[in-house]
Design a protein around this ligand. Structure first.
Ligand code: NDP
Ligand code: HSE
Length: 437
């Protein structure tokens, strides 16, 4: 079994190392030796340390490598949309199975890859694309196929989880925590994809597609990052017995006509400390799946890094290699449900809102009136003198309001109107609440 490796960076170099170290075991598990036919990189002359590989295997011609007759399996760990899409479509159409960690491409245009795989009768595996080492996609696409999944809630970005965990532990602001994440090598030089939620949104699209048997792309996902989360928000959450996490949430729902829909969103949210995801600290990932018959399932582990990600890649390599030897193919994409994606405004959410208000008669009534006008029901209200609340500053009185579930658009409109009231000095913290309170 000969494989073409496209990319030899953080993940690719660990794939090479593990292939070398585990070669006898992998051969026994597959039923044939596994060899690297070639490695495509951008710079052949780059210093790759003591990587256990013949330098003659390196090439700057990925397409030439893919087209070689002696290549059975293509492993893509380069990333990005193009030229990766062109390479993988070419490989799949030619009947070569593909293993990829490329979440950005799968979320942008997974359909092209799945179509090419069907055309070429090849396998397309991508366990490493979501939550690194955690076996998650295989359970969704195989083990849970006898069940009906209703909701998937996950922490799928290690960098942002590290930052939020640091803010929670030390009271640091976002910028300070990002600096620490960068120093420790979690955040990249340009952390935009992580902190603005693009990375998590791509993973959310992939998870939703698999969980609900429908096609969801990154463009369908409502996305908010963590750059606006303040130390005051973190203090607010703590005062409620909660912590803040960047969550990806994919859930079934229904439109006004009762037709089944899905909503997929990524945003920071308060979750109670008793929620299974609250204890997921540092750069770890975890995904909580709620299925009709199986009930609640939790998947936890390392979501990033060379070796953990290479573990998932190699698991896929063994699976596709075995299939090829058996002249078999894994089940193809399951997108029969073809569900409409519901806009964020219609998603049902709960808000936690902290306000600085004037301390005089009628203020509570005026504030409550805004919620009533938008048909948002208040679950709890707490009032204290200025500075007594979780935010610990301001003048007049401090109000902390938690709502019942309402359409997100109604909640957002409520906050907009509150900001315009002359009795409201400032809205000091607005956070969505997930997982009960
Ligand atoms: P790196 O940037 O470390 O490595 C990218 C590799 O691709 C390098 O070897 C580079 O060559 C090569 N490359 C870049 N452009 C080209 C090109 N045009 N032609 C040929 N080779 C090229 O990326 P990572 O290893 O971190 O990530 C790879 C993939 O895995 C991405 O899709 C990423 O999203 C995904 N992933 C990464 C995780 C992680 O923790 N790093 C976790 C989960 C998924 P050269 O070495 O010469 O520069
Ligand atoms: N940048 C990603 C993270 C890498 O921080 O989780 C894994 O996909």
């Amino acid at each position: 079994m000969r494989l073409a490796l496209l990319g030899c960076g953080t993940v690719g170099s660990e794939v090479v190392r593990l292939l070398h170290e585990q070669s006898a075991d992998l051969a026994a598990r597959i039923g044939a030796p596994l060899e690297i036919a070639g490695i495509a990189v951008r710079r052949v002359g780059r210093d790759r340390g003591d990587l256990p590989v013949d330098p003659a295997l390196f090439t700057t011609d990925p397409l030439g490598l893919i087209k070689r007759d002696d290549v059975d399996v293509v492993v893509e760990v380069v990333g990005g949309i193009e030229p990766a899409r062109g390479w993988l479509v070419e490989a799949l159409r030619a009947g070569k199975s593909v293993v990829t960690a490329n979440k950005a491409l799968l979320a942008e245009d997974g359909a092209s890859l799945h179509d090419a795989a069907a055309e070429g009768g090849a396998d397309l595996y991508y366990e490493a694309a979501v939550a690194g080492a955690i076996p998650l996609l295989r359970p969704l696409r195989e083990s849970l196929h006898g069940d009906r999944i209703n909701r998937v809630t996950g922490i799928v970005n290690g960098t942002t989880n590290f930052i939020l965990s640091a803010m929670d532990a030390t009271g640091a602001g976002f910028a300070e925590a990002l600096e620490e994440a960068t120093e420790l090598g979690y955040a990249e030089a340009d952390p935009t994809a992580d902190v603005e939620g693009f990375d998590a949104a791509a993973k959310a699209a992939i998870l939703a597609s698999l969980a609900f048997h429908t096609r969801v792309t990154a463009a369908d996902v409502h996305r908010e990052g963590i750059t606006e989360v303040t130390a005051a928000d973190v203090a607010s959450a703590k005062a409620m017995g909660c912590t803040i996490k960047l969550l990806c949430i994919a859930a079934r729902g229904a439109d006004a006509q009762g037709r089944e829909t899905v909503s997929v969103r990524v945003h920071p949210a308060m979750i109670p400390l008793t929620h299974p995801l609250a204890g997921v600290g540092d750069a770890f990932n975890a995904v909580f799946v709620e299925a009709e018959a199986a009930g609640q399932l939790m998947f936890y582990g390392r979501g990033a890094g060379g070796a953990p990600t290479a573990s998932a890649v190699l698991g896929d390599v063994v699976a596709v290699a075995r299939n090829r030897l058996a002249a078999a193919r894994a089940a193809s994409e399951s997108a029969y449900a073809d569900l409409a994606v519901r806009p964020m405004g219609e998603a049902l959410t709960r808000y936690h809102i902290s306000l600085d208000v004037a301390d005089r008669p009628g203020v509570l009534e005026a504030v409550a009136g805004v919620f009533a006008r938008h048909e948002v029901s208040i679950a709890t209200v707490r009032q204290g003198p200025a500075g007594s609340g979780p935010v610990g500053r301001g003048s007049g009185a401090e109000l902390v309001i938690v709502t019942h579930v309402a359409p997100d658009a109604a909640l957002a409109a409520t906050v907009r109107e509150l900001r315009g009231l002359d009795i409201v000095g400032s809205v000091t913290s607005v956070l969505r609440v997930e997982g009960g309170l």
